[in-house]
Design a protein around this ligand. Structure first.
Ligand code: ZN
Length: 79
């Protein structure tokens, strides 16, 4: 079972579809049982298409993705 840190570490790869099936399974299990991570995932998914449209590219700019990830890392550390 993944904890929050594991999940965030793998989140970007997961959204890019680059994780192994077992990792994907662990992530989905974690998101199901962890509302802060689930909420983050939801917001991330809503944000990504906007960036995609703006850039006519298939992925969120790395800089934005990194910023979101470190934001959640801080939030979890304070929790
Ligand atoms: Zn979590």
């Amino acid at each position: 079972m993944f904890n929050c840190k594991d999940s965030i570490d793998k989140l970007l790869e997961y959204l890019d579809g680059e994780v192994a099936p077992d990792v994907k399974h662990h992530l989905e299990q974690h998101f199901k049982g962890c509302s802060p991570c689930e909420e983050f995932l939801k917001q991330y998914r809503e944000t990504a298409p906007l960036c995609r449209k703006a850039l006519l590219r298939a992925r969120m700019p790395r800089e934005v993705a990194d910023r979101l990830t470190s934001f959640l890392r801080d939030a979890l550390r304070k929790a």
